[in-house]
Design a protein around this ligand. Structure first.
Ligand code: SF4
Length: 215
């Protein structure tokens, strides 16, 4: 998803030449898997396009810890390092936690862009395992109700929309900052209702993203 469509759709990218780590402004984005629990119709990856502003994010294999660290280089050069995509970072939870710990040891701010389905997939509250490792989590809610979410995101697991909201609640309880996102302009999406759900129902912050803008 990431917000590298949200999870995971970065706004603008500078040339990095790397596919595991790519720079956007003062942040470094990590592309640790192309696997997803969703198949979002609005995502370029779903159409087979793995590029973001000239960055090729189609991984030839699942990178190892050593490969990710090598791709990062010096993490202190960036304002933050973001687990993003194309793909859902929490599907590689062990690697994510190991790299995040490595980053936190170096005093780097860590953000996770996610579909919010990790607890559903892993069948436990993984938010507890992210405490101290992730400073900000950005969760793609994508819709104001389950029917619309299912239409746009095509989840491979039942109960995904409710699980996403439950993940957001769990993250709000445990992590320093939780930002919920939705795409303004995506057919049927009521952006103000998404904001209400995020802020009033779930206690998170909300960030409107614009459909059609990469990032
Ligand atoms: S979660 Fe959806 S938007 Fe994010 S990478 Fe997967 S298919 Fe694309």
């Amino acid at each position: 998803m990431n917000e590298a469509t949200d999870q995971a759709l970065p706004v603008a990218a500078e040339s990095s030449g790397a596919e595991i780590a790519y720079r956007i402004g003062n942040a470094l984005y990590l592309n640790i898997t192309n696997a997803c629990t969703l198949a979002c119709g609005f995502c370029p990856k779903t159409q087979g396009d793995y590029t973001v502003k000239g960055h090729q994010l189609h991984l030839s294999h699942q990178p190892s810890f050593e490969e990710v660290v090598e791709a990062i280089g010096d993490p202190t050069m960036y304002e933050e390092v973001v687990f993003c995509g194309y793909g859902e970072p929490t599907l590689r939870l062990a690697l994510l936690k190991r790299v995040a710990a490595w980053l936190k040891e170096r005093g780097v701010r860590v953000r996770l862009n996610t579909d919010g389905l990790a607890n559903l997939v892993h069948r436990r509250n993984v938010v507890l395992e992210l405490r101290g490792l992730v400073d900000t989590v950005s969760v793609s809610l994508n819709a104001q109700n389950e029917a619309l979410y299912n239409e746009h995101c095509q989840p491979s697991r039942a109960g995904a929309y409710a699980a996403c909201k439950a993940f957001i609640r769990a993250a709000v309880a445990q992590l320093p900052e939780v930002v919920v996102t939705a795409l303004d302009g995506l057919p049927g999406v009521d952006i103000e209702e998404c904001r209400r759900i995020a802020e009033q129902e779930l206690g998170a912050r909300f960030r409107r993203r614009v459909y059609g803008l990469v990032g």
